[in-house]
Design a protein around this ligand. Structure first.
Ligand code: TNX
Length: 550
């Protein structure tokens, strides 16, 4: 036993160690995703306190509010804000949001300068200023404070890839609007710019449609849901009615919310397969118009249950009306029409589909799939939209304005780029966040497969072959996919995306040569896990134990 005075001394020393450790949560070395360039000053700092003002150029008025709210939530500091051109009331220190097309040379770029009396964020677009704000907030502690001294620094930062996305399936399970907004906040924090909203599938329609109301009265509801894994035998169902849809007003609210945060929403209406909910509402669009279909109760329908559209005039009228109705709601340039996993067997067995193939001189069922995609692309073009589809839409010949979202491997990505399509990489391995992140048999149920966090971090969107062929420019980015068959609650979604989404953010944002998994883990532990906790979000904690080697 140490004499009492030594024990006290040890305590003081330990406390001394603990205090700087706590302030590491606001260290410039902890920023995630890691910035392009950080130039620390040797000395100097700017003090932010209750008297500090946010001064913004009018282009960034919404982001000034956004910053004020986030800072208040994180630290309790409630700052006043005013537009640049108003007569400046004398403030001791300022946080300036400056619209600057001269020094900011790239899209979504920002600079953050802490020097003299001011913290200055410069950007020339919404994304840029939002990312500057995210970086700045990471320099503040995650606790109530009266004032914070931010050390002098200059950060120059911009993304490696133009497309940085996360997908969310709201069909298999639906989530409250509050969580959709939270999800958008998670994207903004991670400097991602696209939310891919998977709105329809076999198990339900999740968006209000006025022109075909049965899509909602019938198509949005299923009478039962599978319990457990879809491969488990015998299958068991819960017998409970499940469903709902987002109203157009709610969708508009989400679009506005996302826009302030620099995030574009890509809606997806999945055709011509994955359409069981559609044909449940309108059997006349199915290959068996005389049948009554149920909205699917189970998962993994491909080649197991009929879920395709029949090519008939009423179907195409329907597609035109509905796609155009949804297109009018979303301001973004792109619309996702699905096109994945279209089983050909139902078309093979249907005389009407066969006659259609013959009359339109299509080669076969693949040709029919392309026909569907081309028709819908035309309806969307009339509304000024370009089309994205899952890579299976390349089974036919498509014009190259179509953007390909590749859930296959490198091979499919390379093939699409060689044909001159822009490609978003979203390979099942490792970017499907519905797969397991551990091999622990007691881990919460997931689809199958193993995508540990280090595999996500190691992912390189540009395959070597493509780089050698000088086709890099076709790879515009990547996306994490979140299919929710086994995610019945927001907490389960969070458990599946964190920290994999954080790993992906660095793949997409940071320069390749700055990537370092050990340092990533350090920053994750010091700065990001406290952030998940602050968000009251769940996350997968055992990422050090479960690695690619395991
Ligand atoms: C395949 S990948 C699907 C989804 C499922 C997912 C489960 C793709 C475009 N379609 O409908 O939810 O697998 O991992």
């Amino acid at each position: 036993m140490l004499p009492i005075r030594y024990r006290l001394l040890t305590l003081v020393l330990l406390l001394g160690l603990a205090i700087p450790f706590r302030s590491m949560a606001q260290s410039i070395d902890d920023i995630m995703p890691i910035p392009v360039e950080v130039m620390k000053a040797r000395r100097g700092h700017v003090t932010i306190d209750g008297k500090t003002q946010i001064v913004f150029d009018r282009q960034f008025a919404d982001q000034a509010v956004y910053l004020r709210e986030l800072l208040a939530a994180q630290t309790g500091l409630k700052l006043k804000s005013q537009a640049t051109n108003q007569t400046i009331t004398k403030a001791s220190h300022r946080i300036r949001l400056v619209f600057d097309t001269k020094s900011i040379t790239k899209d979504e770029m920002y600079t953050l300068t802490v020097s003299g009396k001011d913290v200055t964020i410069r950007a020339k677009d919404t994304g840029g200023v939002v990312y500057g704000i995210q970086t700045l907030l990471q320099l503040f502690p995650l606790r109530q404070v009266k004032e914070v001294k931010i050390p002098d620094v200059t950060i120059r930062d911009y993304p490696r890839f133009a497309y940085r996305g996360m997908h969310l399936d709201v069909v298999r399970h639906m989530f409250p609007l509050t969580f959709i907004k939270k999800y958008i906040d998670y994207l903004a924090f991670h400097k991602m710019n696209t939310f891919h909203w998977h709105l329809t599938d076999d198990q339900g329609w999740r968006i209000e449609i006025e022109s075909y109301p049965k899509l909602n009265t019938i198509g949005s509801w299923r009478d039962s849901t599978l319990i457990g894994h879809f491969k488990a035998a015998p299958a068991r169902y819960d017998g409970k009615r499940y469903g709902g849809f987002y109203t157009k007003n709610e969708v508009r609210e989400v679009i506005r919310y996302a826009a302030v945060r620099g995030i574009t929403i890509i809606p997806e209406i999945d055709i011509p397969g994955h359409s069981r909910a559609t044909i449940a509402a309108y059997p006349e669009f199915s290959t068996r118009p005389d049948t009554t279909w149920n909205v699917a109760y189970t998962w993994g329908m491909y080649n197991r249950q009929n879920n395709v559209l029949q090519p008939n005039p009423a179907t195409f009228q329907f597609l035109k009306t509905v796609f155009q109705e949804v297109a009018e709601l979303f301001p973004g340039a792109y619309f996702h029409l699905g096109g994945d996993e279209t089983s050909k067997m139902w078309w093979k067995a249907d005389p009407v589909s066969q006659a259609f193939i013959k009359d339109h001189k299509l080669k076969d069922e693949k040709g029919l799939q392309t026909y569907f995609v081309e028709q819908v692309a035309g309806y969307l073009a009339a509304k000024g939209k370009k089309v994205i589809g899952w890579h299976e839409i390349l089974e036919g010949d498509l014009n190259t304005t179509t953007l390909i979202m590749n859930w296959g491997g490198e091979k499919e990505g390379i093939a699409a780029a060689k044909r001159g399509h822009q490609v978003i990489m979203s390979p099942g391995k490792p970017l499907y966040f519905d797969h397991y992140q551990s091999k622990d048999p007691n881990d919460s149920l997931a689809i199958h497969g193993y995508n540990p966090v280090d595999a996500v971090y190691a992912f390189e969107p540009i395959p070597d072959t493509l780089h050698k062929l000088n086709l890099d420019k076709y790879m515009i980015g990547a996306q994490g996919n979140v299919w929710t068959e086994y995610m019945g609650s927001p907490a389960k979604v969070e458990y599946m995306i964190f920290p994999r989404m954080t790993a992906l953010s660095e793949v997409l944002w940071s320069p390749k040569e700055k990537k370092d998994y050990e340092d990533f883990k350090r920053r994750l532990k010091t700065a990001i896990i406290p952030r998940y906790t602050f968000w009251k979000a769940s996350y997968f904690p055992s990422f050090e134990q479960w690695t690619m080697e395991k």
